[in-house]
Write a protein that binds this ligand. Structure first.
Ligand SMILES: [Zn+2]
Length: 444
């Protein structure tokens, strides 16, 4: 059966005219229509064809190409919408000759809606018969993930069902061990950078990845990957994650709160966005390595009331916890400064900034991780760094000592709902860890 599918694919591919427009994407799209699994990593946002040419050429090498040449297999085209395109100009480029389809698209109410909202850069996927008539046509709906599909049936052209969502979100699970850096370890098991950075941010109230990371630390992460027509196009949310740092296990899980906001919690129901980031700077590949030359500038915080983090000028500075902006501006020795007010008379201060994001103003609500400034050396600073203070009742406290225990767990009623909703995900994580540990045991 598999061989038969490959044969059909090979046939579709072999009909590619030398100047043809049928893309490799199209070929693989055909493959997925026929049930052949073809998955390859793709750089998100890349304009390159997501599938390397070799994967198709290999298929052509199969010694099974004996499909009758008159078998009327359609061509599959993947065409990028250009600015100024109309459905007529797209038809012309693809060599579609189908007055009936055009008339359907121009008269059907729903189709007209879709045509009005065609956006440059999105793709149209067409299966076209040898006579130039459409077998099926798959159009993007505005900028969203939905697709609108029409197809030819014995009765003529019709919309295939309603507007269909062709975007699938799949959950991936990965785990690995740190050898020299977080990004090195995530690379090794195929975790995208966006997930690795988010991972560091999620654990940022419990671990300072620039200082606390050790060889042999282990991570597991459960995250979403969004596929459009079978092609991975971007990563979604991290649903759960675990980090074993210096022998201590930290676990987080995503939870939708009563007000609809999603936030990360410990398994015992403490919201991490209520705690304070230990490293309130964007975590990048540069900050990821064990080389500590960037961080921190060692000073006794007692005499100095804060912690200094050396970082290149322009590095984004993040709100350390949920709160409200209480001050944006210049303060003598501090230079450009932001102060955020948090719950229970906590506040945080960020000094020596190079500048602020456009529009940041007093009274504005911010969430943990929002960018509130950029590293600089304004005020009394000898080099670019962030001066960071946590105050309680306006009295400075050592940020490194204010960890999670001060965050109250959810109240009893909400805690029940929390347990019910997060248990399946935590079980999944536990399974992943079990499998990983088995493998480690087997390898030893
Ligand atoms: Zn300082």
């Amino acid at each position: 059966m598999q061989a038969r599918k490959n044969r059909i694919l090979a046939e579709v591919t072999s009909r590619l005219p030398s100047t043809g427009r049928m893309s490799l994407f199209g070929a693989v799209f055909a493959a997925s229509l026929l049930g052949v699994v073809a998955a390859t990593a793709v750089v998100p946002g890349s304009d390159e064809l997501p599938f390397p040419a070799e994967s198709v050429l290999e298929r052509l090498d199969l010694p099974l190409i004996e499909v009758a040449p008159d078998l009327d297999l359609p061509f599959v085209f993947d065409e990028r919408i250009q600015s100024g395109d109309s459905i007529q100009s797209i038809f012309r480029r693809l060599g579609i000759d189908d007055a009936e389809a055009l008339s359907f698209l121009n008269t059907d109410q729903e189709a007209r809606q879709v045509l009005r909202r065609l956006r440059a850069g999105r793709s149209v996927i067409a299966m076209i018969a040898h006579d130039g008539r459409i077998v099926s046509l798959n159009l993007p709906v505005a900028n969203g993930g939905e697709r609108y599909v029409i197809e030819r049936t014995p009765e003529g052209i019709s919309a295939s069902g309603q507007v269909t969502a062709a975007v699938d979100t799949l959950v991936e699970m990965r785990s690995g061990t740190i050898t020299h850096s977080l990004f090195g370890a995530t690379d090794a098991v195929g975790v995208p950078d966006s997930v690795a950075s988010k991972f560091a941010e999620i654990f940022g109230t419990q671990i300072d990845f620039t200082r606390d990371l050790r060889q042999g630390d282990r991570f597991s992460v459960v995250y979403e990957t969004v596929f459009d027509q079978g092609v991975p196009i971007r990563t979604g949310r991290i649903l759960a994650a675990e980090f074993v740092n210096q022998g201590k296990t930290h676990t987080v899980v995503l939870y939708r709160e009563g007000d609809g906001n999603e936030a990360y919690y410990t398994p015992d129901g403490r919201g991490l966005n209520q705690a304070f980031l230990r490293y309130p700077l964007e975590f990048t590949r540069i900050s990821s390595s064990f080389g500590r030359r960037l961080h921190p500038i060692h000073k006794n915080w007692r005499s100095h009331n804060g912690t200094d983090f050396a970082a290149p000028t322009g590095t984004p500075v993040k709100a350390s916890s949920d709160g409200r902006i209480n001050f944006v501006g210049s303060q003598r020795g501090y230079g450009n400064t932001v102060i955020i007010e948090h719950r229970d008379r906590y506040s945080t201060l960020y000094a020596h900034l190079n500048g602020f994001p456009r529009g940041l103003s007093k009274g504005q609500r911010v969430r943990q991780g929002d960018v509130i400034g950029f590293v600089g050396m304004t005020g009394w600073a000898t080099g670019p760094h962030l001066h960071y203070e946590i105050r309680i009742n306006n009295k400075p406290h050592d940020p490194m000592k204010l960890a999670l225990p001060m965050v109250q767990p959810l109240d009893k009623k909400e805690l029940g709902r929390f347990k019910t909703e997060t248990t399946p995900m935590l079980e999944r994580l536990a399974m992943l860890n079990y499998a990983t540990n088995e493998n480690v045991a087997a390898a030893q």
